[in-house]
Design a protein around this ligand. Structure first.
Ligand SMILES: Cc1cc2nc3c(=O)[nH]c(=O)nc-3n(C[C@H](O)[C@H](O)[C@H](O)COP(=O)(O)OP(=O)(O)OC[C@H]3O[C@@H](n4cnc5c(N)ncnc54)[C@H](O)[C@@H]3O)c2cc1C
Length: 428
């Protein structure tokens, strides 16, 4: 009897983590230190995508393999972590049981939901159909292909396309600003003789936002800096304007103005991943899931929600932002709480350590606001700091090194044409 009980107690607890983004990965890696846990990481892709660098994939600065990393390779050092590629479509919170699209079922002692976010089109007619979002690797590759396809088709003899091309970016948060800056650099740095019909320097780049300044969470000084640098590089702003409709060739503003747009990029906001609606519980702002201060779900012991899927509140009572740093720290904290529970200790509330915010504006121009006090740095110094921080955040030294080489080539060389191949005319 004693032997049976001992064997039963020795059964490893099973932690199931849905989503291998910043939150899920950090949680899994922290948990793996406990040999008495069995961890299953489930993601709909077999790779981890590094969202902050997606705009660089879309604009050819980085190749795909520097922004997306095979999960099995990333986690190979941990033999108590198992990776499954499956899209989870149903969650039974009472039983802590999740089911994948193909009918695969996973039962957990501890269930961690970290499925991230997806683009929010706010019901704007045509936006989902015609605009290109920038939230996943697929999005980045589609946008990159579409841009090159547009240039190549404009180059064809007899092309009746307008020679003046227009790219419109909806949203002037970090994604919108970083994308606009990278596109402006791309047009400035690509040697004109590579194209005979496409007038690269005349391509119009327009950023639209209903707010009165770009980069809302940043200091007014930083917002003014970003706007000035982008305007100097040829980007036009339509601020205080909202988008009423997106068509295949135009963006229609609420004021009635119609902006021609062969390509519309949607950087207009995000909402919780659709998995949140499979939970059958009331949802908070942006479809996100309200969590308790220890990141667990009220009335569902053993269930945690992290990162962009969660509404967690900071010590000042305000919601924490949807940032990689918040997600990563939440993943580590959730793991510590699970380890504490397994060891019979009490769970601790999550306190986010705010080290500051940063945004890239373009080559040699970035903004870094350091610490909670937001001490600003601009220009080349901030540009270097941005690169160093992102190298440190990348999942391995080798990947960081590869990305640094591509950045150096991009900075000192001309256009990174090899990184922006298009799949020819596979789409109309
Ligand atoms: C373009 C862009 C730029 C950004 N730049 C910055 C930046 O510079 N700095 C910063 O701090 N933050 C940045 N962010 C925000 C940051 O990337 C997110 O806050 C962070 O990725 C959230 O981490 P997460 O783990 O919650 O979700 P994610 O990293 O989105 O990971 C969620 C994972 O869940 C998987 N998944 C989703 N649904 C399912 C399902 N049903 N079944 C199985 N798997 C599923 C997805 O495939 C994904 O791998 C940026 C975001 C975007 C979109």
């Amino acid at each position: 009897m004693t032997a049976v009980r001992t064997m039963h107690q020795a059964q490893p607890k099973h932690v199931v983590i849905i989503g291998a983004g910043f939150a899920g990965l950090a949680c899994a890696k922290t948990l793996a230190t406990n040999r008495n846990l069995r961890i299953t990481v489930i993601d709909k892709n077999n790779y981890h995508q590094f969202q902050p660098l997606l705009y660089q994939v879309a604009t050819g600065i980085l190749s795909t393999h520097n922004a997306a990393f095979n999960l099995r390779a990333l986690l190979q050092r941990h033999d108590n972590i198992h990776v499954k590629m499956s899209e989870i479509v149903s969650v039974d919170l009472q039983r802590r049981r999740v089911t994948g699209r193909l009918g695969d079922v996973y039962d957990a002692d501890y269930l961690v939901l970290a499925a991230g976010a997806e683009p929010h089109f706010f019901g704007v007619p045509g936006a989902e159909q015609f605009a290109f979002p920038l939230y996943s690797l697929d999005d980045a590759e589609s946008l990159r292909s579409e841009m090159i396809r547009l240039f190549e088709r404009t180059e064809l003899p007899g092309s009746d396309r307008a020679r003046n091309l227009n790219i419109v970016i909806v949203g002037s948060g970090a994604t919108g600003v970083e994308t606009a800056g990278a596109l402006a650099d791309l047009m400035r740095k690509t040697p004109q003789h590579l194209f005979s019909e496409v007038q690269l320097r005349s391509i119009s780049l327009t950023v639209i936002d209903h707010g009165s300044s770009p980069l809302r969470p940043f200091l007014p000084r930083s917002q003014a800096y970003a706007k000035k640098v982008l305007e100097q590089r040829g980007v036009q702003f339509h601020l205080g304007e909202s988008v009423q409709e997106v068509t295949a060739s135009e963006v229609v503003l609420a004021s009635g103005q119609r902006l021609p747009a062969q390509i519309t990029i949607w950087a207009g906001g995000s909402k919780a991943a659709r998995l949140s609606s499979a939970l059958n519980i009331p949802l908070g702002a942006g479809g996100r899931i309200d969590v308790q201060e220890d990141l667990s779900l009220s009335e569902h012991p053993g269930v945690y929600v992290l990162g962009d899927l969660a509404n967690s509140v900071g010590q000042d009572g305000k919601p924490l932002p949807q940032l990689g740093s918040v997600a990563k720290q939440a993943g580590e904290h959730c793991a510590q709480n699970i380890l504490a529970t397994v060891a019979g200790r009490k769970q601790e509330p999550f306190h986010y350590v705010d080290k500051g915010i940063m945004a890239m504006v373009g080559q040699g121009a970035a903004i870094t606001e350091i610490g909670k006090q937001r001490r600003p740095l601009y220009g080349m110094l901030a540009f270097t700091a941005w690169q160093l921080v992102h190298v440190a955040l990348l999942p391995s030294f080798r990947i960081g090194f590869q990305a640094s080489i591509e950045w150096a080539i991009d900075f000192w060389g001309t256009l990174h044409l090899n990184a922006i191949v298009s799949r020819s005319s596979d789409r109309d």
